[in-house]
Design a protein around this ligand. Sequence first.
Ligand code: NAI
Length: 214
Amino acid sequence: MAKETKISMAVIRRLPKYHRYLAELLTNDIDRISSKELSERIGFTASQIRQDLNCFGDFGQQGYGYNVRDLYNEIGKILGLDKNYKTIIVGAGNIGQAVANYSKFEKLGFHLQAIFDKNPKLVGIRIRDIEVKDVDCLNSYLAQNPTDIGIICVPKEHAQMVADIMVKHGIKGIWNFAPTDIKVPDDVIVENVHLSESLMTLSYRLNESNLFNE
Ligand code: NAI
């Protein structure tokens, strides 16, 4: 049973990792695990795990450990993975096509309904059986097809305009790949993905540890 307390963002950011490891355990037919064993696999301390998992239920039992399926299902529910999301991608270039081609998102409940681009050379091609539509049709498409999540994969100069159209048609979740901070009303959630920030963190860590010799 989930507790009613609000879970901190720091815990939420760790949940996908728990979800991934628990899925692996289930695949390997492991149905219970102690916080110590989970800690060895996942790399968080056992007390961190107990504290995190205690936020949303009493899954751990002294001497028994955690019931892997219950925990997996509960974390999935907290992450909203027990629902289905209608998604669209705008921008069918390198990133847009890579995201569209990643079929595992479907298994998580994110169903790609349509892809848009402005380049006539891309309009009409099929990516995973979805035909790329002309972005001029975006307004009319969204007016007729309520959509939950919009994925922005256009150059940064176009990102705000695309976001505005999405917001106008009631999209409440935006996954933004463009390297710019788009502005949206308070009732719209934006999650930015910036691979370059991760790469810069890697380069910092390499250099800080003197592991990189030019
Ligand atoms: P790309 O040039 O291959 O693709 C961009 C696509 O957007 C093109 O097909 C273009 O025709 C289309 N487009 C441009 N304006 C449009 C509009 N108004 N409406 C619809 N389609 C439009 O570029 P790439 O490499 O796929 O990058 C896409 C975006 O992702 C860029 O903003 C780039 O800076 C960013 N990016 C983000 C990364 C990340 O880690 N988040 C990593 C690499 C790129």
